[in-house]
Design a protein around this ligand. Structure first.
Ligand code: AMP
Length: 205
């Protein structure tokens, strides 16, 4: 099974992907985590991506598509993938459909976590504070200014793909402001094909 979790920064995509990974054995692929690993390892790609990420802007489609295309070939993706933070543009969404089709696969579900913008800024600031409290470095883009840019990028470039998947009949929406357990049980119901009474309207689709 291949599933996309969609939603703005701070929607809970990472948290939910980890829960799904342990429950269903699919592999979580977070393009943000992959890029942060490149930055930490100081690779040429990491050096190229760092400032763009810190500002909250998007990395080029070409780089991201190549990264994902190589990654989904790996044996740990054989049981399927939970895409977290990818695709983020229509170009990426179309390329993902092509990549999966070439491998005789398809997307099984696209689940949008619908959230409230003011609440997610608070979540992001909280995530930064928790890292500091734990003696770790917070993410460079977990601050109000980068958050605003990330939201703007989301609205401009990522939100339109909600419509792309709605047209394909694959879009499901879950209220991402509920408790983590409630969100994950609704997400799991969708993946298991049980569906759920929609508790929230999809954003703008
Ligand atoms: P995330 O961890 O998903 O919030 O991603 C952190 C940052 O990595 C984003 O703000 C972008 O700069 C970059 N990034 C992650 N995934 C993508 C993607 N699919 N397309 C373009 N840029 C991305």
């Amino acid at each position: 099974m291949n599933v996309i979790l969609l939603g703005p920064p701070g929607a809970g995509k990472g948290t939910q992907s980890e829960i799904l990974e342990s429950r269903f054995g699919m592999k979580q692929l977070s393009t943000g985590d992959m890029l942060r690993a490149e930055v930490a390892a100081d690779t040429p790609l990491g050096r190229q991506a760092k400032e763009i990420m810190d500002r909250g802007e998007l990395i080029s489609d070409q780089i991201i598509i190549e990264m994902i295309s190589n990654r989904i070939e790996q044996p740990d993706c054989a049981k399927g993938v939970i895409f977290d933070g990818f695709p983020r543009t229509e170009e990426q969404a179309q390329k993902l459909d092509e990549m999966l089709a070439e491998r005789g696969q398809k997307l099984d579900a696209v689940i949008e976590l619908v959230v409230d913008e003011d609440a997610i800024l608070a979540r992001i600031l909280n995530r930064a504070q928790e890292a500091i409290d734990a003696g770790q470095q917070p993410r460079k883009d977990d601050n109000e200014q980068s958050f605003r840019t990330r939201m703007e990028e989301y609205r401009k470039k990522t939100a339109p793909i909600v419509g792309y998947y709605k047209t394909q009949g694959k879009l499901e929406c879950v209220d991402g402001m509920q408790d983590i357990d409630k969100v994950s049980s609704q997400v799991a119901d969708i993946i298991e094909g049980k569906g759920h009474a929609p508790s929230v309207a999809c954003s703008g689709a």
